[in-house]
Design a protein around this ligand. Sequence first.
Ligand code: HEC
Length: 126
Amino acid sequence: MKKTIITIGALAMLMGGMTIGEAVAGPESKCKACHTFDQGGKHKTGPNLFGIIGRKAGSTDFKKYGKSLKNADWVWDKENLKAWVCDSKKAIKTLTGDDKAKTRMGNQKKCGEAADAVVAFLETLK
Ligand code: HEC
């Protein structure tokens, strides 16, 4: 009995902390755990993504970029972002031209249409 009450309590807390936007999962719902999207938003586990399309990779004041993003020489566009959200571990190698390059961001496995949806969302961040 005690266990049931605790479970219901935890569930109510979870639901209470959720906004309507979060309840309806958008393409970016997975990214939210680590990124903010608003202008001047704080960095979380990953850097703020406002204005990401057209921005030089690794160019915010985020302190925890891995070596490859810190030294990046490419600009984010729709194509490379699609590759990034599908398989960042592979994309970092292609983008740097270095087979040993690594990124601290795990694969999000948003490929094909799912990648299109994420990138369409990223395009609105301007
Ligand atoms: C578990 C945490 C986590 C999740 C989830 C995550 N990211 Fe990241 N992201 C990171 C980290 C950490 C970095 C920095 C990686 C590095 O420096 O190697 C990063 C970097 C990035 C960058 C490069 C930013 C720059 O300034 O060059 C982009 C773009 C990006 N993420 C997009 C996304 C998108 C879109 C999603 C959702 C589909 C997502 N991320 C999900 C942690 C995450």
